[in-house]
Design a protein around this ligand. Structure first.
Ligand code: MLT
Length: 273
């Protein structure tokens, strides 16, 4: 995986684009996709196919993730956001459609809070604007104890039934094993840092009415971590935004229903940008 600034990233370029002749001038635009917790950038591999529709796709790997030891893990959503902004600068990307799934959505909102000028459009998948509730914070503390006492495999056992929808877990053992592999790629330290960032993130609800770029909200209809009703509320709070509900998907909708997810994204990119 190449690196720029402090982050590694996955990238797909539209066919026929010659990097030497300038990526920016020849592609339709750049789509930046930020991964969920506790996964890594490889969760976006099915979305790299959007390069076939003319978009440059960049998927940053958040700091400390998947053995990334260039930096100590962070404990702040703002650090993750600052790292992605630095990556955009290092890649000379001045504006892009920026989005993420779940924690990737929290990072996206933190980026918008600090640097809205980078946003041509926004994609918020299986996420929410609210901060953790007091019960949510207690749950995070239990998770921290679980990881430090029993390791990352115990976290994977606990989270997989929540991350994936019923249909996926029943019928798609390969995908379930693949997600487990992504979780296991992370160290106890990076997971501990991410949990601290999750439980201290601010409420982004007041930000929603200030978003005036085109926004696509996506949610799996079997998502139990960030249920559909939260996406409906978020879509109502962002003027002019669109909501797409993906049948047969749980929380990891981009991995569980990649064709429907990509179709919704391609339609949004085609019509709204
Ligand atoms: C994620 O998928 O990124 C996490 O489940 C987010 C969260 O726990 O709030």
């Amino acid at each position: 995986m190449p690196a720029a600034g402090r982050l590694r990233y996955l990238e797909a370029l539209p066919r026929g684009i010659d990097r030497a002749r300038g990526v920016r001038s020849e592609s339709r635009g750049t789509l930046v996709l930020i991964h969920a917790f506790p996964l890594n950038a490889r969760m976006w591999e099915p979305q790299l196919a959007l390069a076939d529709r003319g978009w440059r796709v960049v998927a940053p790997q958040l700091r400390g993730v998947d053995g990334g030891d260039r930096d100590p893990p962070t404990s702040s959503m703002d650090d993750y956001a600052g790292d992605v902004i630095d990556l955009l600068d290092a890649l000379h990307i001045h504006e892009a459609v920026i989005g993420g799934l779940s924690m990737g959505g929290y990072v996206t909102l933190a980026m918008f809070r600090h640097a809205p000028r980078y946003f041509l459009g926004m994609v918020l998948a299986d996420t929410r604007p609210q901060a953790d509730t007091p019960e949510g914070v207690e749950g995070r503390k239990r998770m921290l104890r679980l990881v430090s006492e029993k390791g990352v495999a115990a976290l994977a056992d606990e989270m997989l039934p929540k991350l994936l929808g019923d249909a996926t877990r029943r019928d798609r053992s390969e995908l379930t094993a693949g997600v487990r592999g992504l979780v296991l790629s992370n160290s106890t330290e990076s997971i501990g840092g991410a949990i601290a960032a999750l439980m201290t993130r601010p409420d982004s609800t007041p930000l929603l009415s200030t978003i005036h770029c085109p926004v696509l909200v996506l949610v799996g209809d079997e998502d139990t971590i960030t249920p559909r009703a939260l996406s409906e509320d978020m879509q109502r709070a962002i003027a002019g935004s669109e909501l797409v509900v993906l049948p047969g998907a749980g929380h990891l909708s981009s991995m569980e229903q990649p064709a429907a997810f990509n179709e919704a994204l391609a339609r949004f990119l085609g019509h709204r940008l």
